[in-house]
Design a protein around this ligand. Structure first.
Ligand code: 6GU
Length: 269
C-alpha cells in the first residue's frame, strides 16, 4: 500500500513513522524475503522507507515493487504548494468567527501532485472532527486499498469547496473529543491500517492469533500475565500455568466476554 500524508506539520510524523510496527511495514530490510532473488544490501537496510516528495527509495518508480515492503509512506508539506511569497496557507473565515481556514488552492495542488506520482487511484481520506467516527471495520476496509491519501486538516478547517471538489473523499474522525489538528488522527489511522496488511506483523503477533483472543470476535482482549509467577503477593491464574491449551483458550474467551460485558456492553450488540 502506498500512503500519502498531506499536512502542514510533516515534522510531527517522524517519530511515529520511524518506530515499531509502522516503521517495520515500510522497512526494505525486514521484507527482503519478499524480494525475488537479490537479498537486501546493507544500503537497503540503512535506507528509510519514508520519503518527502520523492518516491520510496526501495521503489524508485514510486510503483509497488512486486518484492518491496508492504507499505510506503510519502509525506507532503501542503505549504510547499502555496503560490504566494510568504507561503501563507490560511485566511480568516468569510462570515467572521475565530481562527483561520486553509485555502483551497494549496490543498488541491498538493493532492494533484501526490496523485500524479503513482498511476493507482488513491482512496482519499480527510481527517476532521466532522467525519464519521473511525472503527475497526472502516480500518479493515481501507487496509485493502492499494493506495490511501490522507489529508490532515488543522486550524478551524479547510475551505469546504476543495473538499467538495475532491469527492469522493471519506471524512474521518477518531472520536468524540477535540484535537488541535488532524495529524495525530492521521497517525492513528496509519497505525491501525498497516498492522492489518499481510506481511507487516510477524507470526506471533499476527491477526490469525486474534482468533484466540477477543479481537476477531469483536470483544475486548483477555488479561495478560508474564514472569514472575508471583509479584507483590499476587499470583498468575493457575490455568495459564497448566499447559492445557484448550483450557487456556476457553478461560481467555470467558475473560474477554466478562470484561466486555462489564466495560463495553455496547460491543455485544
Ligand atoms: Cl480527525 N481532527 C481533529 N482536529 N480532532 C479530532 C479528530 C480529527 N478526531 C477526533 N478529534
Amino acid at each position: 500500500m502506498r500512503i500519502d500524508i498531506l499536512t502542514l506539520f510533516p515534522e510531527m510524523f517522524a517519530s511515529v513513522l520511524n518506530s515499531s510496527i509502522v516503521k517495520r511495514a515500510a522497512d526494505p530490510a525486514l521484507h527482503a524475503e519478499r524480494a525475488a532473488a537479490a537479498p537486501a544490501s546493507p544500503e537497503d537496510a540503512a535506507a528509510s522507507g519514508i520519503s518527502g516528495s520523492s518516491a520510496n527509495p526501495a521503489t524508485p518508480s514510486g510503483l509497488p515493487g512486486p518484492s518491496g515492503p508492504p507499505v510506503s509512506y510519502h509525506l507532503v508539506d501542503i505549504r510547499d504548494y502555496t503560490t504566494n511569497k510568504h507561503h501563507k496557507v490560511d485566511r480568516p473565515p468569510f462570515g467572521g468567527g475565530p481562527g483561520m481556514v486553509i485555502q483551497c488552492q494549496p490543498v488541491w495542488d498538493a493532492v494533484m501532485a501526490a496523485e500524479a506520482q503513482d498511476p493507482r487511484p488513491a482512496t482519499r481520506v480527510l481527517m476532521t472532527p466532522q467525519g464519521r467516527r473511525l472503527d475497526q471495520a472502516a480500518v479493515a476496509a481501507l487496509a485493502t486499498k492499494p493506495r490511501v491519501l490522507i489529508i490532515a486538516g488543522h486550524y478551524e478547517g479547510i475551505d469546504e469547496r476543495v473538499i467538495e471538489k475532491l469527492a469522493p473523499i471519506e471524512e474521518v474522525s477518531i472520536g468524540d473529543y477535540v484535537l488541535s489538528g488532524g495529524e495525530l488522527p492521521a497517525m492513528v489511522l496509519v497505525d491501525a491500517m498497516v498492522r492489518l496488511i499481510p506481511g507487516v506483523l510477524g507470526d506471533e503477533t499476527s491477526a490469525h492469533h486474534d482468533s484466540f483472543s477477543g479481537g476477531a470476535k469483536g470483544l475486548l482482549d483477555h488479561p495478560h500475565y508474564t514472569k514472575p509467577r508471583e509479584w507483590m503477593g499476587m499470583s498468575v491464574p493457575e490455568v495459564l500455568l497448566s499447559g492445557d491449551h484448550a483450557k487456556i483458550a476457553k478461560w481467555r474467551e470467558e475473560q474477554a466476554r466478562e470484561r466486555t460485558m462489564k466495560r463495553r456492553p455496547d460491543l455485544l450488540g
